[in-house]
Structures are given as structure tokens and as C-alpha cells.
Design a binder for this molecule. Structure first.
Ligand code: TYD
Length: 209
């Protein structure tokens, strides 16, 4: 369907995903690839309000179902407004979190039914699946120590919560080894970036003009 490439970045809070994704974006742009960097929640204009609702601590404890549905609305609109158009333009889309975050956080962390979550993901993305998913893997204790004091609503969850999230990520990666590539995020940023580059080079199209 699409001519571009969708690369998603996944991992627990504090794994350094956003930093590495920024390095990847700059590298691809320098190489002359048309690249678009986006994120969930809040990648679309419409989604900004949902990002606020989902992450601001002032919203207190949302129940897991409501939380999930908000992520889905954000995702559905993000696909239509941002991701699909960019893929149709032939761009390389880098997305900080996508469908696997829901399976890991709402499935693993919150304990919701994985099959139901998959059905909701399918409904929301309307056929737009990642070509490559980089999982930045890091021990939960280390990731927690990297988060500063001003944690958002989800980052305030317990170490146990993040252990469950990480366990689902690991299972997803094992189940889909062609799409998922696990990267050791405990290394220095430059080393993590090199690992990401190696994986991304394998899916890059030949450069144009
Ligand atoms: P964000 O500040 O973007 O964190 P990060 O930089 O680690 O990506 O917050 C996103 C939070 O939302 C993060 O804690 C994971 C969570 N999340 C879910 O629980 N389910 C989802 O489907 C998505 C997209 C994110």
C-alpha cells in the first residue's frame, strides 16, 4: 500500500528512545532521505489534547479501559493525519511509540487482555504496520534512575509495573523476530545509535537523486 517506510521505537520509560530517534532523524536527513519524526501520544494536532489527558498527573488514576481508548483515538487520528500521508509521499517515518506500547503498557502493565488490545490496534491503524521496530532494552532499575524528578502520570508507576511492561516487550520481540530488533540501550548513546543505524540500513531503500 505505502511507498515509504515506517520505523517505530519502543522501550520502557527512561530507555533513551527519544534521544536515539533524534540522532537517527538527523543522520537520515543528512544522508538525503525524506524523513518525518513523530510520536505517540500527541503526534497529530488533534492528539495534543489526548497527550495532555493521558500524561498529566492532575488527571489522577484513569481506569485502564479509558486510558486505552484514549491512546486508540490518538493513534487512529495520528495514522490518518500524519503517518499514512507521509508514507504515501514516500517518506521514512520514525515514530516514538506505536502499537506495541499498548500491548506492553496496557497489556503487560495494566493487565488488559492482549487479544482485545490487538483488535483495537488493528482497528485504529487501518493497515499501517511498522516495517521495523527497534526495541531499546534496558534494565528497569537503570531506566528508572534516568528519569528525573518531574515524572508524568505513567512514569510514576512502580518498578513492578515496568518489569511487566518489559516482559511483554521481550515476548513481542521474540514472537516477531523479523520486524523487531532488540538494541542494548545500556551502552553510551553513540553506541546505541550505531546499533540502530546497523538495523535501519537493512531496510533503507536506495537513495534518490
Ligand atoms: P512520553 O513522555 O512520550 O514518554 P517516552 O518519552 O518514554 O515515550 O510518554 C508516553 C507514555 O505513554 C509512556 O509512559 C508510555 C505510555 N503509552 C502507553 O501506555 N500506551 C501507548 O499506547 C502509548 C503510545 C504510550
Amino acid at each position: 500500500m505505502s511507498r515509504g517506510i515506517l520505523i517505530t521505537f519502543e522501550g520502557i520509560d527512561g530507555c533513551g528512545k527519544s534521544l536515539i530517534m533524534g540522532m537517527v532523524r538527523d543522520w537520515l536527513a543528512d544522508e538525503g532521505y525524506p524523513v518525518l519524526a513523530t510520536l505517540e501520544p500527541g503526534g497529530s494536532e488533534f492528539g495534543q489534547a489526548f497527550r495532555k489527558m493521558l500524561l498529566e498527573s492532575s488527571f489522577g488514576s484513569l481506569d485502564a479501559q479509558t486510558e486505552t481508548l484514549l491512546f486508540m483515538v490518538d493513534r487512529s487520528r495520528h495514522v490518518e493525519e500524519i503517518i499514512r500521508p507521509a508514507l504515501l509521499r514516500g517518506e521514512i517515518v520514525l515514530c516514538d511509540r506505536y502499537i506495541d506500547s499498548t500491548l506492553a503498557y496496557q497489556g503487560g502493565g495494566r493487565g488488559l487482555n492482549q487479544e482485545q488490545l490487538r483488535i483495537m490496534n488493528d482497528f485504529a491503524v487501518k493497515g499501517v504496520y511498522p516495517d521495523l521496530t527497534l526495541l531499546l532494552s534496558l534494565r528497569e532499575e537503570l531506566a528508572a534512575s534516568r528519569l528525573g524528578d518531574s515524572k508524568d502520570r505513567l512514569e510514576q508507576e512502580s518498578l513492578e509495573f515496568f518489569r511487566r511492561v518489559a516482559a511483554v516487550y521481550a515476548a513481542l520481540a521474540a514472537a516477531e523476530p523479523r520486524r523487531f530488533r532488540v538494541i542494548d540501550a545500556g551502552a553510551e548513546p553513540q553506541q546505541v545509535f550505531i546499533q540502530a543505524q546497523t538495523q535501519i540500513r537493512m531496510v533503507l531503500p536506495p537513495r534518490r537523486g
